[in-house]
Write a protein that binds this ligand. Structure first.
Ligand code: DGY
Length: 321
């Protein structure tokens, strides 16, 4: 009998097709894991789960007595209750490495878009306003090159952002991280700073740390107030690493100049979220790693992790050894 697997979005189709040949795969899209009767029924004898960002909590695990592995199609795994998984000896895996440059490209793109006001000016041209309005100060952006970029979280992606900023844009790099990163200091002349100092000195503040109990709500109103009034805040990590209502207030009060956000406290972001009405806020729908090439590579790696886990081997990217 084929082993049972639950898959949910986002597993790319060729990978899903390949898994279906070998396993009894049940695919769910935007499933309510607490209520969906078919999901709960299949969960009882599923040996593996593969997908993106669906919460795997105690309730789910209680209903999954045969589960061996949960394979996240993402580098972040804040959706997994690792402690509960450890108690039940269930493996958790992620997809690090292959998305590093793609996420760094995305973060740098929204940073650039906010600084040069690309979405706003795009609308200006497409709405025909250029026909009647002369270009002037009210359309200007702010320089990126030779400015100071403060990176919070100098892991793989942080370093890839620093590389773009330092070599491509002649930016000065500051960073705050759990530990000193000698390689980043040597390669990008990155300067370590305590958090408050980094916030005070940076022109751009980029959040790229994983969401953990230590980083949850790391930036609130006090921290936004410490930033320069001209600062642009960029979040490519997780929405919950900041206090979103405090970011809204900081933007409303002019404590900072603009924000570029790929992530939100709640996703999908509520349509009435005030951030969506602000001209100085650039948004994307948590899509940092989502290019055709990288999504496919992530699905392939996640499938490798899943298959190793359900077949009693060591998955290449185990996060709870
Ligand atoms: C990741 O890989 O963690 C991306 O943010 C997608 O969730």
């Amino acid at each position: 009998m084929k082993k049972k697997i639950i898959a949910y979005n986002r597993v790319e189709q060729p990978v899903l097709d390949d898994l279906k040949e070998k396993y009894d795969v049940h695919f769910f899209e935007n499933v309510d894991t607490k209520k969906d009767p078919a999901f709960l029924e299949h969960l009882k004898d599923a040996e593996g789960i593969i997908g993106l960002e669906t919460p795997v909590d105690r309730d789910l695990l209680e209903n999954a007595p045969n589960l061996k592995v949960v394979s996240n199609v993402s580098v972040g795994y804040n959706n997994l209750d690792i402690e509960e998984m450890n108690k039940r000896q269930i493996m958790a895996t992620n997809t690090p490495g292959i998305l590093t440059d793609t996420v760094a490209d995305a973060v740098f793109s929204i940073l650039t878009a906010a600084a040069r006001r690309i979405p706003e000016l795009d609308q200006f041209v497409k709405n025909g306003n250029w026909q009647t309005e002369a270009i002037g100060e009210e359309h200007y952006g702010t320089n990126i090159h030779h400015k100071t970029l403060g990176i919070i979280g100098m892991g793989r992606i942080g370093k890839a952002i620093a590389q773009r900023a330092h070599f491509g844009f002649d930016m000065a790099i500051l960073y705050h991280s759990r530990s000193r990163k000698q390689d980043a200091e040597a390669t990008f002349s990155a300067g370590y700073r305590e958090l408050d100092e980094l916030l005070q000195e940076s022109d751009f503040v980029c959040m790229i740390t994983p969401l953990t109990s230590e980083t949850e709500e790391m930036l609130g109103f006090r921290e936004f107030q410490l930033m320069k009034n001209s600062a642009i805040f960029v979040n490519g990590s997780r929405g919950k690493t900041i206090v979103e209502k405090d970011l809204i207030k900081a933007l409303e009060d002019g404590e900072i100049a603009a924000a570029a956000l790929d992530v939100f406290e709640n996703e999908p972001v509520e349509p009435d979220n005030p951030l969506l009405k602000m001209k100085n806020v650039v948004t994307t729908p948590h899509i940092g790693s989502s290019t055709h090439e990288t999504e496919l590579a992530m699905s392939e790696l996640a499938a490798k992790n899943l298959e190793a886990g359900i077949n009693g081997e060591n998955p290449p990217n185990l996060v709870n050894p």
